[in-house]
Design a protein around this ligand. Structure first.
Ligand SMILES: C[S@@+](CC[C@H](N)C(=O)[O-])C[C@H]1O[C@@H](n2cnc3c(N)ncnc32)[C@H](O)[C@@H]1O
Length: 254
């Protein structure tokens, strides 16, 4: 999905840009309450750079890492369009080998962000290692956000086996399966292109991932050196996290 059909996922990613100003406002407001008004942010699995670029506009520097060449190239283009090239660095690389990807000159980080369910894609050991490495690359008083992430309680109440999304001339049908015992989600995305009143099949891509609960992820973060201090349903409004909202975690370097 993120490498071979990055062109298709990019359309969905671009749609998320419209939600990002609110997210960045909420994160910078919260960071202000910890005395962090500037500094450098590490954007894990940054996609095409929306979180990095919006946080640069809030006065931060940012380093985004993603394994998809297509997304990193688009992120660099967007940094130019937004006039923030000097304050942001986008690196193509694997977050499981974060310490090899990040040049020492770019560290230490004041803020780390993992946005839009960019966890659970591999093993729990891989997630632990990623958050541990991020902690080792960060300052003693750094803040971590795990933002806009799905969680087990949400899927137990709001699980929808099918849904569709339309972005411009692309229609995407999602067929989902969820195993609550293993907390394992499988989504099959079928992409169609609109041709008048008809839909023309483009491709099908499967994506599987582990789904965390708030307590399970907090325990994993603690092992990685991050202590969860708050959870929200939405970082823009700071509404409380409930089974009907997404999961947004704020953690402090321990
Ligand atoms: C759902 S997208 C989220 C993108 C971005 N965080 C956002 O909020 O727009 C998940 C991202 O994780 C990236 N990704 C998946 N595995 C990765 C890995 N091992 N190393 C770096 N990036 C990875 C994908 O390329 C994709 O951009």
């Amino acid at each position: 999905m993120f490498i071979e059909r990055a062109d298709l996922f990019l359309k969905l990613m671009n749609q998320r840009w419209t939600l990002t100003d609110g997210l960045a406002n909420g994160m910078s407001r919260l960071l202000g309450t910890f005395g962090i008004k500037s500094g450098t942010l590490l954007d894990l699995c940054c996609g095409n750079g929306r979180v990095s670029i919006f946080m640069v506009k809030k006065g931060f520097k940012a380093v985004g890492v993603d394994m998809s060449k297509t997304f990193i190239e688009d992120a660099k283009r967007k940094a130019e369009q937004h006039g923030v090239v000097k304050a942001v660095t986008f690196l193509e690389g694997d977050v499981r080998k974060l310490k090899n990807v990040i040049n020492p000159a770019l560290q230490p980080f004041d803020v780390v962000v993992s946005a839009w369910t960019s966890i659970g894609l591999y093993s729990k050991e891989d997630d632990l290692s990623m958050f541990k490495q991020a902690r080792q690359l960060s300052r003693e008083d750094a803040i971590l956000f795990v933002a806009e992430t799905t969680h087990t309680e949400y899927l137990s109440i709001k699980f929808a086996p099918t849904s569709y999304t339309q972005v411009d001339d692309m229609v995407m049908l999602e067929n989902r399966k969820y195993d609550p015992i293993k907390a394992w989600a499988n989504t099959s995305w079928t992409f169609y292109s609109k041709r008048g009143n008809d839909l023309e099949y483009v491709d099908r891509v499967d994506l599987e991932h582990h789904v965390y609960s708030l307590s399970e992820l907090s325990a994993l973060l603690r092992k990685a050196g991050w202590e969860t201090i708050a959870s929200y349903g939405n970082l823009s409004t700071l509404q409380p996290m409930t089974p009907l909202t997404s999961m947004n975690i704020v953690a402090k370097a321990a």
